[in-house]
Every structure is written in C-alpha cells, then in structure tokens.
Design a protein around this ligand. Structure first.
Ligand code: ADP
Ligand code: MG
Length: 231
C-alpha cells in the first residue's frame, strides 16, 4: 500500500544562520494491507518527522514515497498539491499528536466532516460520528461544543474519532493513546484491530510497549537510519 525508498531528511533553519540538522538517511519502508508497523526509536530520532513525510506534510530531502491510490501508485514527493489533498481525502488517514481545528465548529461536525467530504450523507456521517464519540466516552453534552476548550485527553479522543470515521486504506497514528486512561486505551486498541481486519495498512508511533505489543505486526527502527549510524 505504501513504499518509501531512499528517503532522507535534514532540516535547514533559515532563520538561524541556515544551520542544517540531519535526521535520517536512505530509509526503506513498506506497508502492506493488514500491517500495523510500529515506528520505534528514542525521542528525537525522527519518528514524527518520518510520519509527516508519509503524509506529505514535510518534504523529502531525497527519495520517493509511493502510495497506492486510485488503483495506481502516487509518488507523493512529486505529486501536485491537488493530488496530495485527494490522496488524504480518499486514501490516507492521519491521527496527529495534537488536534488542530477551526474555532467554533462543533465536535460532532469535526468528527463527521471526513465522511461528508467522501460523499456520505450528513445524516449517516453524523450517526457514525455519534457512535464513535460514544465508544470513546466523550459525554453527549460536549458534542455541540468546539473541542478547543476540552482537556488534552478529550481532544485526543476527538482526533481519534475523526481519524477512524472513514475506512481509509492507509492510516498513520502518532501516539494515539498517549494521554488516555485504561478504558479509552482499550477502545483505541479495538479500533486499530477493526481497521487491521478490514485490511487497512497502518503505521503507528506508540509511547508504551504494552500498546505496541498488543496491536503491532512488526516494528521499524528509525534510529538505524540516523545520519552517522552506520559509519
Ligand atoms: N519543523 C522542524 N524544523 C526543524 N527541526 C525539526 C522540525 N521537526 C523536527 N525537527 C527535528 O528533527 C528531529 C526529529 O524530531 P521528531 O521527528 O519530532 O522526533 P521523534 O518523533 O522521534 O521524537 C529533532 O532533532 C527535531 O528537533
Ligand atoms: Mg514524536
């Protein structure tokens, strides 16, 4: 479903004397349907950076990332902005570490929106959003409010509901259980299992190894591609 080849990344800090920060070199990475691969490596090793590159949020310094989209392969390192948006809408879901939303939009709408964008009727999308918010224990009295003032854990669960509402063929999860209690963590694990069994290809960053061991089919150590690691 996804294949990254010779992918390298370094950041150039233009506002700080053009200092260059090398992150990793020549990553080879593949995801197949039904996989749930954990990206591992110490803090600062580049896990989130690599995931943002898989979502075409960060550019690659080098290499290609091909994503199975619309019956063909789309190289997201050279695709047009329009093609990237279409790939995100129909093929790739991303649960980021932090919820970013437009102020004043109610939670229920934020969660339903990706399905509405795919052409599902608003009534059906809203019904599915209600189901997910219920499973993730967001009290109904909050559904018509913006999640901007919610607690960290509540915002994360809204983010998860939004990320799991559509049956994306590829899913990227950046620490989806980091600030959740035991019950909600179990719900997220169940959602991941359901996605795997419908054939989703998943890459995830998990902050604890219990979660990782519970759902992952393999792991990928970003550290081994660190610049200088093999010198
Ligand atoms: N937008 C950015 N600009 C400059 N440096 C960045 C940026 N994002 C991440 N980095 C740097 O890249 C390295 C990897 O960060 P990150 O991917 O967040 O690590 P991890 O998720 O593994 O903890 C760090 O040294 C970080 O400071
Ligand atoms: Mg990170």
């Amino acid at each position: 479903m996804l294949h990254a080849q010779n992918v390298s990344k370094s950041f150039t800090l233009h506002t700080q004397g053009s200092v260059t920060i090398p992150v990793f070199n020549d990553i080879e990475f593949s995801l197949s349907a039904g996989d749930c691969i954990a990206l591992t490596g110490e803090s600062g090793s580049g896990k989130s950076t690599f995931m943002r590159m898989l979502y075409a949020n960060y550019t690659c310094s080098n290499g290609s990332i091909n994503v199975r989209h619309d019956g063909g392969w789309l190289d997201i390192t050279t695709a047009s902005p329009h093609a990237i948006l279409d790939m995100r809408k129909r093929t790739m879901g991303y649960v980021s570490q932090f919820l970013r939303v437009i102020p004043r939009v109610p939670t229920l709408e934020i969660v339903a929106e990706p399905l509405v964008a795919l052409g599902t009727s608003r009534a059906d999308a809203t019904a599915k959003a209600r189901g997910l918010l219920t499973r993730l224990r967001i009290p109904e009295r909050l559904w018509q409010l913006s999640p901007l003032t919610f607690s960290g854990g509540e915002q994360q669960r809204v983010n998860i509901a939004r990320g799991f509402i559509a049956d994306y063929p590829v899913m990227l999860l950046d620490e989806p259980t980091a600030s959740l209690d035991v019950d909600n963590r179990a719900t997220v694990l169940a959602l991941i299992e359901e996605a795997k069994s419908r054939g989703a290809a998943i890459a995830g960053i998990f902050h604890d190894h219990e979660t990782r061991d519970a759902v992952c089919t393999g792991s990928f150590d970003v550290t081994s591609f660190k610049v200088g690691a093999n010198d």
